[in-house]
Design a binder for this molecule. Sequence first.
Ligand code: ADP
Ligand code: MG
Length: 509
Amino acid sequence: MGKVGLCLAVGCALASCAIAAVMVGRRVKSRRRWWNVVRALDEFEEAASTPVGRLRQVVDAMAVEMHAGLASEGGSKLKMLLTYVDNLPDGSENGTYYALHIGGTNFRLLRIQLGGQRSILGHDVERKPIPQHLMTSTSEELFDFITVSLKEFIETTNGANQIRGKDLGFTFSFPVKQTSLSSGTLIKWTKGFSIDDMVEKDVVECLQKALCRTGLDMNVAALVNDSVGTLALGHFYDKDTVAAVVIGTGTNACYLERADAVIKCQGLLTSSGGMVINMEWGNFWSSHLPRTSYDIDLDAESQNPNDQGFEKMISGMYLGDIVRRVIHKMSLESDVFGPVSSNLSARFVLSTPLMAAMHEDHTPNLTEVAKILEETLNIKDVPLKVRKLVVKICDVVTRRAARLAAAGIVGILKKIGRDGTAGITSGRVKSGKSGKMRRTVVAIEGGLYLSYTIFQEYLNEAVSEILGEEIAPFVTLKIMEDGSGIGSAMLAASNSNQNVDTNTTVQGL
Ligand code: ADP
Ligand code: MG
C-alpha cells in the first residue's frame, strides 16, 4: 500500500471511530435522559405514595378535625355545618314530590312518585342548561327562568291534571349558611355565577317568591346540598346508611351525628336525637397528606389558593391537571416527549375523563394514549415505552386520589365508632377495639366514582385494606346515582305535612 493509500485508510478509520463515538455518545445521552424521566417518575410515585400506615394517619386526622369542627365555629378547616336534617326518609313515604337541583351550568327538574314500602313508582328527570346571561343577571330573572321551567315540567309530567305534589325539595350546591331545614343564606357564588343581589339573602325566599310570581302554589320543604340528598336516598333504601360522599367535579361528604356531639351548638334538640352534618370535607387538610410539588403549584395557580386542599388531590376537576403538570415537567427536562408542546402549559387542557381514557386504554399498543397525547396535548409519535410511562403517571395520580378518599370515609366511620374501634371523644382518637360492630352503609355518588372504574376499584379496595378483614365485611359502599336530586325530593316527602304515613326517625345512631 502506498503512502496515499495508508493515509486514506487511517483517515477512514478515524472518521468511523468519530462517527461511532458520536453515536454511542448520543445513545448514552438519550439513555441518560430516559433514566432521568424514570427517576422523576419514581420520585413522584414515592412522594404520592399512600401505604396503609399513612392512610391510617389520615383517618385519625380526619376524625380529630371533625371533632374540632364540631367543638367550635372555625375550630377546624372542616366547617361541619348543621343541615337541620334530623328526619331522613325511611321508605314509608307516599305521594308525588318535585325537586330542583341547581349546581352548575345545568339544572335538573325531578318528579318522583312514592308508594310506601321503599318503592319509587315513577321518576322523571329533565336537564336544562342555564343560559349564560342569567348566571350574572338578577335573582328575579334567574329564579323566574327556573320556576317557569318547573311549571312547564309539571305540565308535561302531570298532563292536564291538577298539580298533585305540592312539596318541593331544593338542592342548591353553592355555599349556604343554613338557618333551618327550609332556609339558608347564600355565602358566596362559585362556578361562574355572580348575582350580587342574592349574596347573604335567603335562597329559599328567592325561590318561594318566584314560585308565587309564576303562579305555582308550591312549598319549598327542604333545602339541601348534594351530599345530603345522597344520604337521604341511601337511607330511603337502607336504614343502616350513616354517611354519604360525592366525588364528581368537586367532593363533599355528610354523615349522621348525635345532636349532643355538636358541642358548638349547646342544647341542640332534635326529635330524633341526631342531625346530619355537612362536613364540606373538600377543605380538609392534614400534614399527613402526601403532597407533591405538583399539588403545591396547582394550588398556587388556582382561583382559591390555600383552599379546598383535599378536593384538589381527589376530585374530577383536578386529577387530569395534575397528570398534565407531571408530563410538562418531564417534557421540559428530557426530550422523550419530543419538542415541548405549548399545550402542556395550558391549565385544565387535559380533562379527567381524557386522563381516565388513557389510564383505561386496553389496546396492546396504547393507541388511545397516542391519540389523546396528539389531539389534546399536541405531542406526536410517542414511542410505546413513553406511552406506558404516561399510563403509569395516570395510575399514580388516580390511586392516590381514590385511597385518600377511602381514608376520609374511614375517618368518618371512626368519628362515629363504626370502624371497629371505640371512636373518638374529647378530640382524642381511642385505640383498641369496641367489641361490637354494626352493619354500616355509605352512599356514594358523583361522576368520578360512577364512571371511572379503576378509581372505584382502588377506593373500594383501600376501604377494606384500612378497615382490615375482620371489620371490612360490615361496611358497604352503595352507589346512589342521581341521589343529589332524588334525595331532596325525598326529604321534601319525609318533612311534608302531606305525607301522613311518615313517622320517620333517624336510625342508626
Ligand atoms: P357534578 O360534580 O358537576 O355534579 P358529576 O357528578 O356528573 O357532576 O361529575 C362530573 C365529573 O366527574 C366530571 O367533571 C369529571 O371530572 C368526572 N367524570 C365524569 N365521567 C368520567 C369518566 N368517564 N372518567 C373520569 N372522570 C369522569
Ligand atoms: Mg353532582
